[in-house]
Design a protein. Structure first.
Length: 444
């Protein structure tokens, strides 16, 4: 019998692993330390861990003007024996519902979805088939468990329908509050009626979604929302921002500077410059609607999007001023939201807070979820006016920048690239929601 005495115990070793981040703006944003490196055993980037060559001491030089240092432990990655991996894959891995204040690593994103979300949908399908087809040898589960291929366009169509269902609930009286994942289950159940078919379709949809996570940032947001890693307010914010991005006739990378000035008027000159420089690096000095959208999503999952950072800062000020804990109850959060945003839609606020608590499976919300919620509530109030004025403001900014030679020096002659896919906007989702309400009552 194989001895397990000397097999690595990752759950124990992870206690000694740590990733380090530094901040030069009093904790608003954090950057990885340059000495960090990916550890295949930890399954995460680390600065210190038991799997690397150790020395008696390690001296780390901090960047100039560092104000804060953050330590974060990696998620535990368990290695299973090859012979048992297919059978016990979903049983052995425990994945948190949310990552808290850390930025989301691309590799860990897929693990969260595979281990958490697929585990849930597969378990639902398994329970359904066991009930419907108790004699597996005789009935072969009716062929229900056989995966079916879903095309990329079909995947985006289902995503649009799902968001339309949720937005319908935002604008109509409902009797209960449900998470994005529960809304998917309910939508599939009403779409296919037969339980075993709806659960199978859900499993197929989630499986294909995981395959497209890294190719489409909109699918990434969908997956992180379904898994509970991101708050439900994030997808609402992202596709509302897509409406503004689609409104602009993008021509040069300098247009992004104009866009930032119009959409993020609270940023000072240095913050605007930093955000624009990071965008140019992200898009390799190219411009398109898709590149701008992908960058906004990337900045959100890395906790660097300006509205989210601003919301986090404002929440921190209120928390420190009132000597509150960093995690707040729904009632405490509503009191702060009423102070920060007094004329917001109270019904929407109540629903979003309740949905967030349900998704977090807790009576309290951490700072990241609260910041996401606040950023969307503020943005939801002003984006319509922004959209009306955006084209004129972009044109004004273009004329001003064209007269300043210092910007022209950096711009190439041609840097507009072809669009990959049409952006899904909140206006489009709302139209579908209105059509759905005519023939289907979404609330039971």
């Amino acid at each position: 019998m194989k001895s397990e005495l000397f097999e690595p115990q990752e759950s124990i070793l992870s206690k000694y692993s740590s990733m380090m981040y530094t901040s030069v703006d009093h904790g608003k944003t954090y950057d990885e330390m340059s000495c960090s490196a990916y550890c295949s055993s930890c399954g995460f980037k680390t600065v210190i861990c038991p799997h690397k060559v150790t020395r008696e001491q390690l001296v780390i030089k901090l960047p100039n003007q560092t104000t804060h240092l953050k330590l974060a432990r990696p998620m535990v990655r368990l290695t299973l024996p090859t012979t048992q991996q297919k059978v016990e894959f979903y049983k052995e891995v425990e994945v948190p519902d949310a990552i808290g204040n850390q930025s989301i690593d691309e590799e860990s994103t897929k693990k969260i979805l595979m281990h958490g979300l697929l585990k849930d949908v597969s378990e639902r399908l398994r329970n359904c088939c066991n009930h419907t087809y108790p004699n597996k040898q005789q009935h072969f589960n009716g062929g229900i468990c056989t995966p079916r291929h879903i095309t990329y366009n079909q995947l985006r169509d289902v995503m649009e329908d799902l968001y339309a269902n949720i937005i319908w609930r935002d604008t109509n009286p409902v009797h209960d509050v449900i998470t994005v994942r529960d809304c998917l289950y309910r939508m599939m159940s009403r779409k296919y009626e037969k339980e075993e078919i709806s659960e199978s379709a859900t499993r197929d949809f989630v499986s294909v979604m995981v395959e497209h996570l890294q190719q489409d940032k909109a699918i990434l947001i969908l997956g992180l929302s379904l898994s509970g890693t991101l708050d439900g307010s994030v997808f609402r914010y992202v596709h509302t921002m897509a409406d503004l991005i689609k409104e602009v006739n993008w021509k040069e990378t300098s247009d992004f500077r104009c866009f930032v000035s119009a959409v993020y008027p609270f940023l000072d000159e240095d913050e605007t410059e930093e955000f624009v420089v990071e965008f140019n690096a992200f898009g390799e000095n190219k411009i398109s609607k898709n590149i701008v959208f992908d960058y906004i999503v990337d900045s959100i999952v890395k906790n660097r999007e300006p509205r989210f950072v601003e919301a986090r800062t404002r929440l921190n000020l209120h928390i420190e001023k009132n000597n509150l804990q960093s995690s707040l109850t729904g009632a405490e959060l509503k009191e702060i939201l009423e102070i920060i945003c007094p004329i917001s839609n109270q019904k929407l606020v109540d629903q979003l807070v309740a949905e967030s608590l349900l998704c977090a499976k807790s009576q309290q919300l951490n700072l990241t979820r609260m910041a996401s919620l606040l950023a969307y509530i503020i943005f939801e109030k002003v984006w319509g006016v922004m959209k009306e004025q955006l084209a004129a403001r972009i044109d004004d900014s273009r004329r001003r920048l064209s007269s300043e030679a210092e910007f022209n020096f950096y711009e190439p002659a041609e840097n507009l690239v072809e669009e990959k896919v049409e952006l899904l906007t909140i206006t489009q989702i709302t139209k579908v929601a209105k059509q759905l309400s005519k023939w289907q009552k979404l609330d039971g």
